[in-house]
Design a protein around this ligand. Structure first.
Ligand code: GAP
Length: 512
């Protein structure tokens, strides 16, 4: 199966097992908007809990808030979103379809890379064992021609991006002969900037003064509440404020399932520090956040940093944590040193003092800020795509299993009476009553035991507890582990302890 096919199968699996549904599907869905189903909401809540507890419980100097989605419109002037939260858009006059000009160029560049790789693969097949890839890339005329073209277009693209030169974007599209995938023509409009914020009206009068925005990031809620939290919480610098909440962006190119959505959730933490110490904190948070990811056990090799060379105007350092998604390494989390850009601008525009008085040095200053910002939905996709496996079993059958990190699994244990009679369901329900306050459990008595195991594997349940006739005699049960499929006979009395060892979130939090 190619990675692309695997991704399609994963999307179908998410729907079949109640993880993710297209929004308002009975009306044919709404582009780039998704609902989390009965399993999805549990996994999502567990990811949130892992992040929230790691931030607020493990750090004495980090507290959480929950700010409103609607904020005073001036917020977005101060943050720069009204002026500069834009995508460069271009329309094809024949198909009337709208595209992001930068994405059209990036896709074109990706195609050149693909051509080069195909050429290399051809060489590999032709020369077999003796193939020297590095030499081939340096000498093959086709590869050299494509490489030169790539460098020329890429160079122009980077310059246009840096200068925000919309006319040059269009010229690149024309010069490269990029066509609309729908109409197949090069009949393009000019490139225009398009603001990504959703707006709506407050109150009943629909004039511009009443325009409010759905927040495009949760961070600004933290910045405008900074002084309230600092004062009421008697917080001393350095300290952080964490928040989980919805954000909204009118993404033009919304694709790759829940990777890029129009309504999504962010988990953001703004850490306020003394100016001049921000680089030290930036490094600490880089290290800390990578540790949080790797601690889940999904393989350190699946993460990497991507340090930004080109910085946003407000940042003096920035990196992404990228994850190896089925469609390649892509941004999962951003870590930015945002200087005093946000607090400084809010102070100017609101006229309210947002300075911190340092009792030890007697100085007052606007704090600098280091931000960690992760998309909850992207994290969900990372966990799910990494966990999805189709395994070939020894008996020739296949099984689909979600090898989710056990503390994140929606259902921790399934309790299965072997048959629906002879008093087995009664004992199974007794176990359920005993476990359900500690763990999310499922009771299932329908179908053969094999089919029930497969259902639980497919939703990622770490443990299945089977109650059989021997249970009636000695109060022991079979405990089956999802990944190894190993079964052990254990007394009912030790179930809680055995399951807890593997699924308790605190067990992994302790390693941070
Ligand atoms: N406050 C900083 C900020 O919002 P960002 O890089 O635009 O920075 C942070 O977003 C994270 O939010 C990203 O790393 C990504 O995980 C997530 N994210 C951004 N746009 C998204 C979208 N349209 N759909 C899903 N997640 C998104």
């Amino acid at each position: 199966m190619t990675q692309e096919e695997l991704f399609k199968v994963l999307v179908a699996h998410c729907k079949e097992y109640g993880y993710i549904f297209p929004s308002s599907e009975i009306y044919d869905g709404l582009a780039a908007v998704y609902d989390y189903g009965q399993m999805g909401v549990e996994l999502k809540n567990n990811i949130k809990q892992y992040w929230w507890n790691a931030m607020t419980r493990l750090n004495e100097n980090i507290v959480g808030i929950d700010a409103a989605v609607f904020m005073h419109p001036k917020t977005w002037v101060a943050s720069g979103h009204v002026a500069a939260f834009n995508d460069p858009l271009i329309d094809n006059k024949d198909s009337k379809k709208r595209y992001r000009a930068d994405v059209l160029i990036e896709d074109y560049l990706a195609k050149i890379e693909e051509k080069i790789n195909k050429e290399v693969e051809k060489g590999r097949r032709k020369f077999g064992e003796s193939f020297d890839e590095a030499k081939f890339r340096e000498t093959n005329p086709n590869v050299l021609r494509e490489k030169a073209h790539y460098e020329e277009v890429h160079g122009r693209y980077l310059k246009a991006e840096a200068a925000n030169d919309l006319a040059e974007y269009r010229q690149i599209i024309l010069d490269c002969g990029i066509v609309c995938p729908i109409s197949g023509t090069k009949n393009w409009t000019d490139v225009r900037q398009f603001n990504l914020m959703f707006s709506t009206q407050f109150g009943s009068v629909g004039d511009e003064a009443n325009t409010v925005y759905l927040r495009p990031e949760t961070a600004q809620g933290i910045f405008v509440d900074y002084i309230n939290v600092q004062k009421t919480g008697r917080m001393k610098i350095p300290f952080g404020i964490a928040q989980i909440g919805k954000a909204f962006r009118n993404e033009v190119v919304a694709r790759q399932f829940i990777f890029r959505m129009r309504e999504f959730e962010q988990m953001e933490m703004e850490f306020f520090v003394k100016p001049g110490t921000e680089m030290e904190w930036f490094s600490k948070w880089k290290e800390q956040r990578m540790k949080w990811h790797v601690n889940l056990g999904m393989g350190a090799e699946n993460y990497r940093f991507h340090d930004h060379e080109k910085l946003a105007h407000y940042a003096n350092a920035a990196t992404d944590i990228e994850f190896n998604f089925p469609f390649g390494f892509k941004e999962l989390e951003g870590i930015h040193s945002r200087t005093d850009f946000d607090l400084g601008n809010h102070q100017k525009l609101s006229g309210k003092k947002l300075q911190y008085f340092d009792p030890e040095t007697g100085e007052s200053y606007v704090p600098y800020c280091v931000e960690t910002s992760i998309g909850l939905d992207r994290m969900f996709l990372a966990v799910l795509s990494h966990s999805y496996k189709v395994e070939q079993l020894e008996n020739g059958e296949t099984r689909t299993v979600l090898s989710l990190p056990a503390p994140l699994a929606p259902v921790k244990a399934a309790i299965l009476p072997l048959v629906k009679k002879d008093g087995l369901p009664e004992i199974a329900r007794e176990i359920l009553r005993d476990l359900r306050c500690d763990f999310n459990c499922q009771y299932d008595e329908k179908d053969s035991i094999g089919k029930r195991y497969r259902r639980q594997d497919a939703i990622g349940t770490p443990f299945c507890i089977t109650v059989d006739h021997q249970t009636l005699e000695d109060r022991t049960v079979t405990l089956r582990e999802r990944d190894s499929m190993n079964q052990v006979r254990v007394p009912m009395a030790v179930l809680k302890e055995k399951i807890n060892e593997k699924v308790n979130l605190n067990e992994i939090l302790k390693n941070l």
